[in-house]
Write a new protein. Structure first.
Length: 193
């Protein structure tokens, strides 16, 4: 088991979308943890990728996710920043050619921090494919969920059995920070609190 490092990590947020989030179990905590992880990863300089499942039918990512990535206005644009995502129809992110083509151009990092919805469908199948492709997959257990809590519970069990490493947003951010001597420690502490 490897320790998370800024130099070898990338954050992928899966399908936290307007029409899907309202029916997700524990949606408030999931959204809070997802946003905190995005802000922390951004502070630390960890690359971030986003997917949306069939945007035409399920809608865009929720405004809070967009705002965390591009700025406080949450409209998808902030200065030169535009919210970029991969639209997908495959449940696995690696089942989408555009995402597969994009991943190595963004990063050659091998530690994937994975968060999003639904735990037992898109997160699970994405993690399986990432593990099969040789990535170390870290599931942010407090930033994944499904409509039904039992689906989340058994998805996390299957993910652990498949070799994914379960962690939490706070644990991951402080592990990436490494200690109080890191120049980002105070900012990360504020994000966590």
């Amino acid at each position: 088991m490897k320790r998370l490092t800024i130099e070898d990590s990338i954050l992928i947020t899966v399908d936290v979308q307007e029409k899907l989030l309202p029916v997700i179990s524990g949606k408030e905590e999931l959204l809070d943890k997802t946003v905190r992880m995005i802000l922390g990863a951004k502070e630390l300089g960890v690359p971030r990728l986003y997917t949306q499942q069939y945007t035409k039918g399920i809608g865009p990512s929720v405004p809070e996710v967009i705002a965390a990535e591009v700025g406080e206005d949450g409209n998808g644009e902030s200065g030169a920043n535009v919210f970029k995502y991969t639209d997908k129809k495959s449940f696995s992110i690696l089942g989408e050619k555009d995402f597969v083509d994009q991943l190595p151009t963004v990063s050659t990092k091998k530690s994937i921090l994975l968060q999003g919805i639904e735990a037992h469908i898109c997160v699970l199948q994405s993690a399986f494919d990432l593990i099969e492709d040789g990535y170390d997959v870290y599931i942010l257990a407090d930033a994944v969920s499904s409509r039904n809590p039992i689906d989340t519970k058994y998805a996390l069990k299957r993910l652990r059995q498949a070799g994914a490493i379960l962690t939490t947003v706070e644990a991951a951010l402080f592990e990436l920070t490494g200690g109080a001597g890191n120049e980002h420690f105070k900012a990360i502490s504020k994000i966590i609190k």
